[in-house]
Design a protein around this ligand. Structure first.
Ligand SMILES: *Cc1c(COP(=O)(O)O)cnc(C)c1O
Length: 467
């Protein structure tokens, strides 16, 4: 077989990709027509593709490359660990140094009494662990009927059977008969789209109170846990109104329900603090982490659980785990990544130096005729596209049409900014410089201008009012 290299012609790479590689969350036939963009190298916040373009990656890969691309230290940590001990399991009363160190370091970094770590290889897997763990927890505590999980529409927790069920993505549920039984969804705190005439504060409270209504509907003694992202990522970087989380905390405390904070995106500096629950001031019993844990250099995820949850689970043999739970190479790389984030002050600088500048520059896009609102917390931001700013209107065209057009303009201008329906989102590496932020915002504005012109020209600026 002919092995291709990063220097092989793009057409050849695309043809072989189309012939054998099935892509996640992708319409295969449409991609085959078009050919995949082939990324070959990366450094800092910059990607190179096989056509020689240099692209500013405002998504940090897939929300994960917090320390930026090209860190030798992480490559070294992987090579060192592979030579010393490439693999051993942690199942049968065995352990190894990288898993020990990483678990201890995570316990140190995580807030309050979140001191115990169960490893997985991804966010989806860690959330499947959480689903099983909270059910096991109540079973051990003598309340086996507490199995129901409450989650949110338009939340994202992964795409496995359990994690995809807890997520509230109808596109995922529509394929394969999800959600599984025992998973319930309440509405999201997305004021811009769903807030109607309410103030954001009233709306935040109303959406949080749906949790209490749902608990009472199911029966308080049957609910195991509520799972949510501190702020929704894949749902479109939705920042909840200030009234939302305090009310959620009040409700889970009142009914003694476990709170799972899915920190897969919001962990490790993304919101300017180590964890999103610190930014949002909530106290979870379990945190899901992945993505920024290794800055994407190795696949690894984890559940970080409270003293109380660990004490109960440790009272039985928990019949769960993955061959690669606590994989030594992934743990060694994650540990080194956490050292960089801490010792180089990357998380602190993200809060004090990068986030304020990014906020100021990104919010300057609010005056664009296509932009209905700009939201940003730390290094996670989003823009609502609208055909009519005052009414927060949606486009009459199928949701996502304007977003896709804008994303394509961004691509053409060598900027990676994603769209979720008609919301544009950014989540750049935490190490992005002020100059690179300027470039990001300039390219975003140019792309918005071009998208606006295209929408007008194609007659796609018709509105459906939201309120
Ligand atoms: C990405 C993501 C996941 C899933 O993680 P994978 O590593 O893709 O399985 C879970 N939760 C949140 C909040 C995510 O953003």
């Amino acid at each position: 077989m002919n092995i291709l290299t990063p220097n092989s012609p793009t057409a050849e790479l695309q043809a072989l990709d189309a012939a054998h590689h099935m892509h996640p969350f992708t319409h295969g036939a449409a991609l085959r027509e078009k050919g995949a963009r082939i990324i070959t190298r990366a450094e800092g916040v910059w990607l190179n593709d096989s056509d020689g373009n240099r692209i500013l990656d405002a998504m940090a890969g897939l929300w994960c490359v917090n320390v930026g691309y090209g860190r030798e230290e992480l490559a070294e940590a992987a090579a060192r660990q592979m030579r010393e001990l490439p693999f051993y399991n942690t199942f049968f009363q065995t352990s190894h140094v990288p898993a020990i160190n990483l678990a201890a370091r995570l316990a140190e970094l995580a807030p309050d009494d979140l001191n115990h770590v169960f490893f997985a290889n991804s966010g989806s897997e860690a959330n499947d662990t959480n689903l099983r763990m909270v059910r096991a927890y109540w079973h051990v505590k003598g309340q086996p009927e507490r199995t129901h999980i409450i989650a949110r529409w338009n939340g994202y927790h992964g795409s496995g059977v359990g994690s995809g069920s807890m997520g509230g993505m109808k596109s995922i549920h529509s394929q394969g008969g999800l959600p599984i039984p025992g998973i319930h969804h309440i509405d999201q705190p997305h004021w811009y789209l769903e807030g109607g005439q309410m103030t954001p504060e009233e709306f935040g409270l109303a959406r949080a109170q749906q949790l209490e209504e749902k608990i009472l509907e199911i029966g308080a003694d049957k609910v195991a846990a509520f799972i949510a992202e501190p702020l929704q990522g894949a749902g479109g970087v939705i920042v909840p109104p200030a009234t939302y989380w305090p009310e959620i905390q009040r409700i889970v405390d009142k009914y003694g329900i476990l709170l799972i904070a899915d920190e897969v995106i919001t962990g490790f500096g993304r919101t300017g603090q180590w964890f999103g629950c610190q930014t949002m001031d909530v106290r979870p019993d379990i945190m899901t982490v992945a993505k920024g844990l290794s800055s994407g250099y190795q696949p690894i995820g984890a559940s970080i659980v409270s003293d109380e949850v660990a004490r109960v689970i440790d009272g039985v043999e928990f019949n769960h785990g993955y061959t690669y739970s606590g994989h030594p190479v992934a743990c060694a790389v994650a540990l080194e990544n956490l050292r960089l984030l801490d010792e180089e002050g990357i998380v602190d600088r993200a809060r004090t130096h990068v986030a304020p500048y990014l906020k100021q520059r990104f919010e300057s896009l609010a005056d664009h005729p296509l932009v209905g609102e700009v939201k940003i917390i730390g290094l996670m931001g989003s823009l609502a596209l609208t055909p009519d700013k005052p009414s927060r209107a949606s486009f009459a065209a199928e949701a996502g049409t304007a977003g896709l057009i804008t994303r394509e303009r961004c691509f053409a201008n060598n900027l990676i900014m994603r769209h979720v329906y008609d919301r544009m989102i950014i989540s750049p590496p935490l190490v992005i410089s002020h100059e690179e932020i300027d470039t990001l915002v300039e390219r975003a504005r140019l792309s918005l201008d071009e998208a606006h012109a295209e929408l007008i020209q194609r007659g796609l600026m018709q509105a459906i009012p939201n309120c």
